[in-house]
Design a protein around this ligand. Structure first.
Ligand code: AHM
Ligand code: MG
Length: 328
């Protein structure tokens, strides 16, 4: 058997993934390949994001995505890049994308389903603010070769076998989990590689940052307003980029809570369960944090439709517990 060398800071993502695979002698390498395909697409996307101010790829394309929101051109490019990489890689049987109404069926002989938000925080694109890519990977329930069905896709978040995000920020980072802790990789542009920079990330159990769009204060329910007032009484710092990946990532590292509650205008909140909340919930829990919709653990929610929305309370464990204590 091949000797397994423990990864250390500076290990490339590809080597890290291969190293993980060696721990599972029966692993076929398909998931490893899939993760590498996603990383490759994100490297290409990183290049696009960095060029967004230089070439004419930012700004509205004039289309609307299925949630009726203005779809910006870079969203379309990101969606296209990801789908192309996953299709060429051959490791997925179906893709669910925030940008597409319908499921995209790919290689029916494959085991895996990817649910993704190719470019999250898209309203921040043309103002140079951090944005991200979010992905969840599930194993299909039906046998390869059979038609992919709705049940294969509408699985609870606790069935995810991997999830991650890429943050296109002051540096570009890929953070992911396969259920054995969370690791973060920073993109080294001169090498064209993601390298391990944040090994076995543990989210602080307590924090002093709260992230919520307080502009909605008057339309939030009383428990949320009361929790916001508590945060102010505690003199917590308010931090809200308006890019979920950025807000989540900061709180993951520094300790904090992100809340997108339901409101009068949005009775189920705004964020999507299948490709925003679940992926980040998996990472939060794997790092010692928590994620809830206000009453149910995010990863226990049974999705009933592809683009379902969910309120989200996510981040440092004790902060989420405290916020939930206001709701009863
Ligand atoms: P998007 O997927 O259309 O980009 O929307 C999701 C984004 C999140 O990144 C962010 O946290 C949230 O929407 C901000 O919404 P709001 O402007 O209502 O606070
Ligand atoms: Mg999004």
């Amino acid at each position: 058997m091949q000797k397994i060398i423990a990864p250390s800071i500076g290990t490339t993502l590809d080597r890290f993934i291969k190293n993980r695979q060696l721990h599972f002698p029966y692993a076929t390498g398909e998931l490893s390949q899939l993760l590498q395909d996603i990383a490759l697409a994100c490297k290409i996307l990183n290049r696009d994001v960095n060029k967004a101010g230089l070439v004419d790829i930012n700004g509205d394309l004039g289309n609307f995505n299925i949630q009726g929101e203005a779809q910006q051109k870079l969203d379309v490019i990101a969606d296209d890049r990801m789908i192309r990489a996953l299709t060429n890689g051959g490791q997925v049987c179906a893709i669910l994308s925030e940008e597409r109404d319908e499921l995209i069926e790919v290689n029916n002989e494959s085991h895996y389903i990817v649910a993704m938000d190719p470019l999250d925080g898209s309203s921040n694109i043309d103002v140079g603010v951090s944005i991200g890519t979010i992905f969840s990977i599930y194993r299909r329930l039906s046998e390869p070769g059979e038609p992919v069905n709705t049940k294969d896709v509408l699985q609870k978040g606790k069935n995810q076998i991997a999830a991650g995000y890429v943050l296109y920020g002051s540096s570009t980072m890929l953070v992911y989990t396969t259920g054995y802790g969370v690791n973060g990789f920073t993109y080294e542009p001169s090498l064209g590689e993601f390298v391990l920079s944040h090994q076995n990330i543990r989210s602080p159990e307590n924090g002093k940052i709260y992230s919520i769009n307080e502009g909605g204060y008057r339309s939030f329910e009383n428990p949320i307003r009361e929790y916001i007032n508590f945060c102010k009484d505690q003199k917590y710092s308010a931090r809200y980029v308006g890019s979920l990946v950025s807000d989540f990532h900061r709180n993951l590292i520094k300790g904090g809570i992100y809340i997108y509650p339901k409101s009068n205008q949005a009775p189920h909140g705004k964020l999507r369960l299948m490709y925003e909340a679940n992926a980040l919930a998996f990472i939060a829990e794997q790092s010692g944090g928590m994620a809830s919709d206000g009453c149910t653990r995010i990863m226990e929610i049974q999705p009933i439709e592809f683009h379902q929305r969910s309120p989200l309370f996510i981040g440092s464990k004790n902060m989420v517990i405290k916020a939930l204590s206001y709701i009863d």
